[in-house]
Write a protein that binds this ligand. Structure first.
Ligand SMILES: *Cc1c(COP(=O)(O)O)cnc(C)c1O
Length: 473
């Protein structure tokens, strides 16, 4: 590609991107292709000679776009949101253009120092104390794994890293029944073993029962186990329940257990001062994870991992082969030593663009709007005799179901709501997903991407209530 061809394509692509930002809502929110539809359009062999960009772009529009789920659609209410925003996309363009590998300070000092400052900004925005320092990880799943590996090494004086498991460790890790599956995964990968993950029951609001946690710990101590870590959740994935962080924190202090707080989604709400008291006790944690790529308008991937004791983290992960030694090693953070991969993308740049361009006030206003609209939606559910809320609202996730009344059995209600969800998603106008709460098939509506509007939430309620009331049952 010549320089002038590249320049021409850049102009055309930027026009397409700007159009897509304006018109995301015109696409069907869920792709309706069948398995294999996309693959079957792709040639079996790579091209022998280079092809012009116009041709590749045409195929992107004709073959790839139909198989895209539009996560930034104003009526995307599924899972948790994935972020995108104008400043974030602009920064990602620059990051791609620089193509820098930011594994240590020396390989791009600005990337390391900006990351350090951004982690301090985020920590302060969330109202967390200054004894936390941070690093960007690729996902909350990785951060939770890193936390448990650090706990494992700290508890064994770094001996498992050196000698492997002795077979005598008998570790136990505790998390609620509502904890994210990334905890289950980390337990397996870290060698602690799934049998040693103890799922603590929750109360009627799906919050960890701290009394039950302490009983479990005492039982395990008596049986000769070593309680290693507790993972508490600030905003569970099913219903955004908030574990009692202070009570759990006191228990971890009493028994000297590692404490990790998973605030992957809910952490965003902590930039609102009125939500910070919900996280009372979070300051006791050893480590905290929060995903700006979910609800802080920063493109995937961008996970903030905050740690109180960076020395144990670095002692767990530091590897110093001769070819990576640099004269500045003692004066700077080499983030290669703060996690699993050696290679690192320059992710701090998009956070810097997002935080500066929105400003703290702009970010807060957007979150407050999402919360207000979700509360409006929940209010409609509450006042409708044929709908019910299935979990308290913490932020902007509403858990609900259709319940036409009468003497309907739970299985029937589950079937009806399954059918309702299928019809809604087939409409192409809206995308919701589900969970199960106390065995009840639960519809989840969460509006948190940067395109959601008051209208898109109101339209969602209309479509959902009309579709439900037209069901034959
Ligand atoms: C989304 C989520 C995760 C996983 O996040 P990834 O960054 O995709 O790994 C973990 N915990 C909670 C509570 C989540 O909501």
């Amino acid at each position: 590609m010549t320089s002038s061809e590249f320049r021409q394509s850049l102009h055309e692509f930027s026009e397409w991107i700007a159009d897509y930002f304006e018109e995301t809502g015109k696409y069907p929110v869920i792709s309706n292709v069948k398995p294999g539809d996309i693959k079957n359009k792709l040639p079996l062999d790579p091209p022998f000679s280079g092809e012009p960009i116009e041709e590749i772009f045409r195929d992107f529009e004709q073959q790839i776009l139909p198989g895209i789920t539009h996560w930034q659609h104003p009526s995307f209410f599924a899972y948790f949101p994935a972020s995108r925003s104008e400043p974030s996309v602009l920064a990602e363009m620059l990051t791609a253009a620089l193509g820098a590998q930011c594994m240590v300070w020396y390989t791009s000092p600005a990337a390391e120092e900006l990351e350090e400052r951004m982690m301090d900004w985020i920590r302060d925005m969330m109202g967390l104390p200054q004894n936390f320092s941070g690093v960007i990880q690729d996902s909350a799943s990785t951060a939770t794994l890193v936390s448990l590996l650090t706990a494992r090494e700290k508890a064994t004086d770094f001996s498992i890293n050196s000698h492997g498991f002795s077979g005598q460790e008998r570790f136990r890790v505790y998390a609620s029944t509502q904890a994210h599956s990334s905890v289950d995964k980390a337990i397996r990968i870290s060698g602690i073993g799934y049998d040693n993950l103890i799922k603590i029951p929750v109360n009627e609001n799906f919050e960890m029962d701290a009394g039950a946690l302490e009983k479990s710990i005492l039982r395990d101590l008596e049986a000769g186990y070593k309680p290693l870590a507790v993972v508490a959740t600030f905003g569970t994935t099913s219903s955004t329940a908030i574990d009692p962080l202070a009570e759990i924190g006191r228990i971890t202090q009493k028994y000297n257990i590692w404490y990790h707080v998973d605030a992957a989604f809910g952490g965003a709400a902590l930039i609102l001062p009125e939500y910070q008291q919900l996280a009372k006790g979070i300051e006791i944690a050893d480590t905290i994870v929060f995903n700006p790529h979910k609800w802080l308008f920063t493109n995937f991937d961008c996970t903030v991992y905050l740690v109180k004791n960076k020395e144990v983290l670095i002692n767990t992960f530091s590897i110093m082969p001769e070819y990576l030694k640099t004269p500045e090693d003692r004066m700077v953070n080499n983030y290669r030593d703060w996690g699993i991969p050696l290679g690192r993308r320059f992710r701090a740049l998009k956070l810097w663009f997002v935080i500066r361009n929105y400003g703290l006030l702009g970010l807060q206003e957007k979150l407050r709007n999402h919360i207000t609209w979700a509360n409006w939606f929940a209010q409609q559910v509450l006042v409708s005799k044929d709908f019910e809320l299935l979990a308290p609202l913490s932020f902007n996730l509403v858990c609900f179901r259709y319940h036409p009344g009468g003497t309907m059995k739970e299985e029937q209600l589950n079937e009806i709501n399954k059918t309702l969800l299928t019809l809604l998603n087939q409409s192409g106008e809206i995308f919701l997903t589900h969970t199960s709460l106390n065995g009840k098939f639960t519809l989840r509506l969460v509006g948190g991407n940067s395109s959601v509007t008051e209208d898109s939430i109101k339209n969602a309620w209309n479509l959902i209530s009309v579709t439900a009331r037209n069901l034959n049952h």
